[in-house]
Design a protein around this ligand. Structure first.
Ligand code: SAH
Length: 387
């Protein structure tokens, strides 16, 4: 097996519990290697630190899968997935649809596994995982004998890592129950692995906030927030998304929940729509802002900040007195502290002094590992307008 020898000092982060090795931290690659195969990682003195898959094309050339001197194989992947399942089951997180494996947070960097009823959806995010997906398949077969498995890779990750993304799809739609709601999911046809599972807890929260309120669900995708709000007693909901496909899914879900009569759908750019609603002096009792990541890179944080600032300013202006804003960012680079600061600036610019009712994050089946801040990416606030 080949060994990545790190530069002096580069082992510090790894010793502190973080699994990543950047290309610039590597002093030498010794021995015969092949792209995507396991390599040892050692410090400058040659001391063994761990083992992971080698990704020569990526700036993240290796992410440790183990810190022990053990084979990286189907047995190891099975053990990790078994632990992940045990955690979900004992914490009561194994809902109708849930994330079974969240990459680094579950000790399997580059692997996401979501469960939709009896179906496992596998997403490979590194070359090594894509090369060894058969081990994942074997491990899942042991955990869920005879059950279906689909693979739905993320094309962006595949491009960075240098493999061809696989996108399976499932002909028959599944209906997934979530709290009082139900969602029709066509696996392989939409975003993510099917649903934005990371927002589950926050959608359930929206249901408890909505009674009697007029709701605006911006960046609504499949309408999850609006469905829950209407089921929770909202008086009406306006759903906005720039994608006709997303709105078609939203319509299907509103109908599946029997709440379509109270809903209106609008196809368009949320930035423009928010401005137009304000110009018409429309006001809402609950506004949801759940945009796509405005940045995937550190370098674009400033531009992203401007985007978040603008939509939050506009959304705050649309609140009636006592109105609620559920606002989110799903860019890892926008930390909770920065996001709060952005919203503070939005409020300041709008001349408003909203109350901060709670800080929010991703659902608990997407665990955060303390030494790996990247495992937390979703941050949110629940704000309330004051007089
Ligand atoms: N709230 C959803 C997930 C939202 S994903 C849920 O819980 O399921 C983000 C959505 O924003 C996508 O559906 C995408 O089509 C939409 N979108 C992206 N840019 C947009 C824009 N400028 N205006 C309106 N919608 C946009």
């Amino acid at each position: 097996m080949a060994t990545l020898i790190l530069k002096r000092g580069a082992e510090r982060r790894i010793r502190a519990g973080h699994p990543w090795v950047y290309r610039g931290e590597v002093a030498d690659l010794r021995g015969a290697w092949s792209a995507g195969a396991a390599v040892d990682v050692a410090d400058a003195t040659g001391r063994f630190l761990g083992r992971g898959f080698y990704s020569p094309r990526s700036t993240l050339v290796c992410r440790l899968v183990t810190r022990a001197d053990e084979p990286v194989d189907a047995t190891l992947i099975h053990r990790r997935l078994e632990t992940a399942l045990h955690h979900r089951r004992t914490a009561g997180l194994d809902a109708a649809a849930y994330r079974l494996c969240w990459s680094e947070a579950d000790g399997l960097p580059g692997l996401v596994v979501d469960r939709y009823g009896p179906v496992s959806v596998v997403q490979c995010l590194t070359l090594g995982m894509a090369r060894h997906v058969e081990w994942v398949r074997q491990a899942l077969e042991r955990l869920f004998p005879g059950q279906e498995l689909l693979r739905i890779d993320d094309p962006t990750a595949a491009r960075i890592e240098g493999f061809d993304p696989v996108r399976d799809s499932r002909e028959a739609a599944l209906t997934i129950e979530e709290g009082a709601g139900r969602f029709v999911v066509s696996l392989g046809a939409g975003h993510k692995t099917g649903l934005y599972l990371d927002q589950r807890d926050n959608r359930l929260l929206a249901a408890t906030l909505a009674r009697g309120r007029r709701v605006l669900d911006t960046f609504c995708y499949a309408g999850g927030f609006a469905c829950h709000a209407l089921l929770g007693g909202a008086s009406s909901a306006l759903l906005i998304d720039s994608s006709a496909d997303a709105l078609a899914q939203a319509r299907r879900n509103l109908e599946a929940n029997g709440v379509h009569a109270g809903a209106k759908l609008h196809e368009g750019n949320a930035f423009d729509a928010l401005r137009e609603l304000d110009a018409r002096h429309e006001r809402f009792g609950l506004v949801i802002l759940d945009p796509p990541p405005f940045t995937r890179h550190k370098t674009a944080v400033e531009a992203a900040t401007r985007g978040y600032k603008e939509i939050n300013l506009r959304a705050l202006r649309l609140l009636e007195p006592g109105g609620l804003l559920l606002t989110f960012s799903c860019s890892h680079h926008i930390t909770p502290a920065l996001f709060e600061d952005i919203c503070r600036q939005s409020a300041g610019d709008a001349g408003l002094r909203p109350r901060l009712l709670s800080t929010l994050t991703q659902s608990r089946d997407h665990p955060v590992l303390l030494p790996i801040p990247e495992t937390r990416y979703l941050t949110g606030l629940l704000l309330q307008s004051t007089e």
